[in-house]
Design a protein around this ligand. Structure first.
Ligand code: ADP
Length: 875
């Protein structure tokens, strides 16, 4: 066996401390990975796998990435759910006596990223900690160290896991730590079904005393008392486990300065929107692409800052429940709408505001450089003008924001006095500070600046003293300053010149005078760089003392950004201010679906939505497929959510009740991703609504019962309707293709039938997109199939079956298409089209000439067209 090199010994020692992470080990200009790490990294990062000590018997697998490009690779690994340790050389090869010293400088995991380039601006990046006892008690902490957001919650008893897992699905954490392997598996199955990301079991869970100590150290004893954490031991344990984990990763900011206040989260303050509803309504991402685009959030987001974008997402996910709060936001919006010019100025100022919240996080980890501080100054410079703009606004909310927004004049002065406008990236080479900030810096700078003049003078003197015209003074990293004399002039070299280096065509010398100049200049430069670095650290920690204020400024800026964004959207898309009445009715005039109206190819047709408390709270909507049922019922839910997040709504007029919850369920069709029977899923989701909704909820049910056989499906749809109608009495919009359900109007309380108006033109059907009272008399399925380009054979056969069924239905009880056995006999006599098909089938192509074939084809097509357009008019 080969003896391993000292460097590999060093590697192994460091790797042994972090067996579960990929170790990136600095070797010169590269980060190298060895052994299994190399094999894995080569595969995951798509880079070459080579070997070290290739000639030996046991070559070591090796994969490397250049240091300057490491961020891209890190990004790839973290996104795939790996943890990475970065081990840097902490001394130069020149300084080292023997092996270069190396230390771990960063430990990175998917849920603990702070680098701006790796984070999405518009969303939080959460690390979640879930703790569970006896399967009934759950605690959850959600931590975003890039913004300082730290929330905890606790749920007990039946349904606790459902609440916790739903919250997890909405948070979409990049990393989840669980208290047991069973819980880990549960999270894998029910939270992270498709997403990548990291899920692990915690190795240690803090006991109550430990938890209290950790939380008090981070936020103070007072927080423990105020949040009454004694009563929420699992919430406290999850917070503490989170803190311990961050400590292990060296990611715990000092003295608890950076995290926002610890927030005990329960959903009473806000409307809880479960993840299924959020998905079905496409609140923050579209179903098809899973992207922001095509979602409500994507549509309304006209924020100018990352902080605003993240807050807007939160508002969409957590609308308000209290009317006074909502009205405060709406008042502010109204006034912003009336002042478009000021709003434009405000937007311009906000455009120059950087992500102050994430800056604070990096500041607390000492990860900001001089450029970040200059950017901070530029951001702070916007505050005063923002405040001046806000001064002209009356609404309480805007005044509140304005009053809580500091102008940071002293900090601006400090930064302005200290740093040059365009400092270098590196903090180690000086050039950071302005003249006048520090006397010693100025003195050393003069020496190093004057150094070049001194050297020029020296060169000039030496030329005239020796008579060597080509004599030059130069500098080289290894040899320092030198005087260079070409070979042809060597005889003119005076005494006192000491040889330093020999080149092919020249000799290089030094003199005592040059030596002492060198010492002074080089000494001054080194001292300057070291001094500037120390001063920078001082400046940085001074700015650290402002963190609390900076974070609250970040919050106020996010709030005003959200408001201007909603005003801008309301103006552009022509929304109206909703008003809340205590009559408990929803009466919206000319409602539109905010997203479909922007994306639809045709002109959007608005519709009224009227849902009253009594006699008129359960709308059953029938109509052909593609007529616009889903769009209509979803627009009701979206308008309710927008109104309660304090936004204007896509309608001409909107009288709204205050909803306690909004639910949206869609009959199962293709949701196979969960690995459960789709019908089972559909029923679980429906059961949840029936359990949790109240008379003050809004329920949207789109084709419930679709996922099973017709009789089953219809029976379930019907009994769900009955239950809502009699027991829950929630406002409900129910779209269905079971026409039989329209018979319930008049039989059950609250039910009203609506249908989508259509116009028939020959065999074509035109969707008018209008919702009118009444029931659909037929389903137009075949017409729609025709629109969709289904082959003629199939259409003709479908028509035949339909006719048969309609005949049968008049004698037998109500039947459903899909229930009838498949008919396998050849197509027989119904309609002129069938004749044509028959003729086509009889045709023996081997016995006719091409010319006859064309002739026949012409006849058949003509006959067909005559059927479709009997009067030869337009189609
Ligand atoms: P259904 O639920 O009845 O099958 P959808 O609501 O899915 O129908 O609507 C089908 C398509 O019709 C939508 O994708 C949209 O493009 C268009 N649409 C729906 N409602 C309207 C409307 N009110 N105005 C214009 N186009 C609409």
């Amino acid at each position: 066996m080969n003896k391993i090199s000292p460097m590999m010994e060093q590697y192994k020692m460091i790797k042994a401390q972090h067996p579960d992470k990929l170790l990136m080990f600095q070797v010169g200009d590269f980060y190298e990975l060895f052994y299994e790490d190399a094999e894995l990294a080569a595969k995951e990062m798509d880079i070459a796998l080579t070997t070290r000590d290739g000639g030996s018997d046991n070559p070591i697998p090796l994969a490397g990435v250049p240091i300057h490009a490491v961020e891209t690779y890190l990004n790839k690994l973290l996104r795939k759910g790996y943890k990475v340790v970065i081990c840097d050389q902490v001394e130069s090869a020149a300084q080292a006596k023997g092996l270069v010293r190396r230390e771990i400088t960063r430990i990175m995991t998917p849920g603990t990223i702070t680098d701006q380039e790796m984070l999405e601006e518009s969303r939080n990046n959460y690390l979640a900690v879930v703790i569970n006892r006896h399967n009934r008690y759950f605690g959850l902490a959600a931590i975003d160290i890039s913004t300082g957001d730290f929330q905890i919650t606790e749920h007990n008893g039946e349904g606790a896991w459902e609440v916790i897992s739903d919250r997890l699905r909405r948070l979409q954490p990049s990393e989840i730590l669980c208290s047991s392997p069973d819980l880990e598996q549960l999270c894998r199955d029910q939270v992270k079904v498709n997403n990548s990301g990291l899920i692990e079991t915690l190795s240690h869970i803090p006991d109550p005393a430990e938890a209290k100590k950790l939380i008090a150290a981070q936020w103070g004893e007072k927080t423990w008392q105020e949040l009454n954490l004694e009563r929420y031991p699992l919430a406290a344990a999850s917070a503490a486990a989170g803190l311990t984990y961050l400590q292990l990763l060296q990611q715990l900011p000092g003295e608890g300065k950076h995290f926002h206040q610890l927030e005990l989260y329960f959903s009473y303050k806000n409307m809880a929107i479960d993840s299924i509803t959020s998905r079905n309504l496409e609140l923050t991402q579209s179903i098809r692409e899973g992207s922001r685009q095509g979602s409500l959030l994507g549509l309304i987001d006209r924020c100018m800052t990352g902080m605003g974008r993240r807050l807007l997402r939160r508002r969409v996910e957590q609308p308000l429940l209290e009317q006074a709060e909502i009205e405060k936001r709406l008042d502010a919006l109204s006034e912003l709408l009336q002042q478009p010019l000021r709003r434009r100025d405000l937007r311009k100022k906000l455009q120059d505001v950087f992500d102050l919240e994430r800056f604070c996080s990096r500041l607390s980890y000492q990860r900001v450089n001089a450029r970040d501080l200059v950017a901070l100054k530029k951001t702070l410079l916007q505050l005063k003008p923002v405040k001046t703009i806000l001064d002209d606004f009356e609404p309480v909310l805007i005044r509140e924001i304005n009053n809580s927004l500091p102008a940071f004049e002293d900090l601006i002065t400090l930064l302005d006095r200290a740093l040059v406008e365009e400092p270098p990236l590196s903090l180690k080479d000086g050039g950071l500070f302005k003249e006048g900030y520090n006397e010693e810096v100025d003195r050393l700078k003069t020496i190093s600046d004057e150094g070049s003049t001194m050297l020029l003078d020296f060169e000039k003197n030496e030329r005239s003293r020796t008579g060597i015209k080509s004599l030059r003074v130069g500098y080289n990293r290894n040899f320092g300053y030198f005087i260079e004399v070409t070979r042809s002039n060597l005889e003119l070299v005076p005494p006192g010149y000491h040889r330093k280096q020999t080149l092919v065509n020249a000799e290089r010398y030094t003199t005592e005078e040059l030596n002492s100049m060198e010492e002074e200049i080089v000494g001054a430069r080194d001292k300057l760089a070291a001094l500037e670095y120390t001063l920078f650290e001082e400046l940085r920690s001074k700015i650290g003392t402002y963190t609390g204020n900076l974070l609250s400024a970040a919050f106020e800026l996010a709030r005003i950004d959200c408001l201007q964004c909603l005003a801008e959207t309301a103006e552009t898309n022509n929304y109206c201010r909703p008003y809340f009445s205590d009559k408990g009715r929803m009466a919206v005039k000319q409602a539109r679906h905010p997203v479909v109206e922007q994306l639809a190819f045709e002109r959007f047709v608005p519709n009224d939505i009227t849902v009253y408390k009594e006699q008129h709270y359960l709308l059953v909507i029938t109509g052909p497929n593609m007529a616009g049922k889903s769009t209509y019922i979803r627009s009701a839910a979206l308008i309710a959510i927008m109104a309660q997040m304090g936004s204007f709504v896509p309608a001409d007029q909107a009288e709204m009740p205050l909803f306690d919850r909004v639910f949206a369920r869609v009959g199962a069709s293709d949701d196979l991703s969960r690995g459960q029977s789709t019908f089972m899923v559909e029923m679980q989701e429906t059961a949840e609504i029936l359990r949790e909704s109240t008379p003050d909820s809004l329920i949207i049910l789109d084709e419930i019962g679709r996922g099973t056989s017709t009789y089953d499906g219809m029976s379930i749809a019907r009994s769900v309707l009955e239950y809502i109608s009699r027991k829950i009495k929630a406002k409900t919009l129910f779209s269905t293709h079971y026409h039989e359900l329209t018979n319930l109007e008049g039989e059950l309380p609250g039910i009203r039938n609506y249908t989508m108006a259509v116009k028939e033109k020959g065999k074509q059907v035109i969707f008018l997109r209008q919702v009118i009272p009444g029931r659909a008399d037929k389903s137009y399925g075949i017409n729609v199939a025709r629109l969709a380009g289904v082959p003629l054979d199939v259409l003709v056969r479908a028509e035949a079956i339909l006719t048969e069924l309609e005949l049968a239905a008049s004698t037998a009880a109500e039947h459903q298409l899909t229930l009838l056995p498949m008919v396998t006999e050849p197509v027989t006599g119904c309609g002129a089209e069938i004749e044509i098909v028959e003729q086509l089938r009889e045709l023996d192509l081997n016995r006719i000439t091409p010319l006859e074939a064309i002739q026949k084809l012409y006849e058949l097509q003509k006959a067909l067209l005559d059927i479709e357009q009997p009067d030869g008019g337009e189609g």
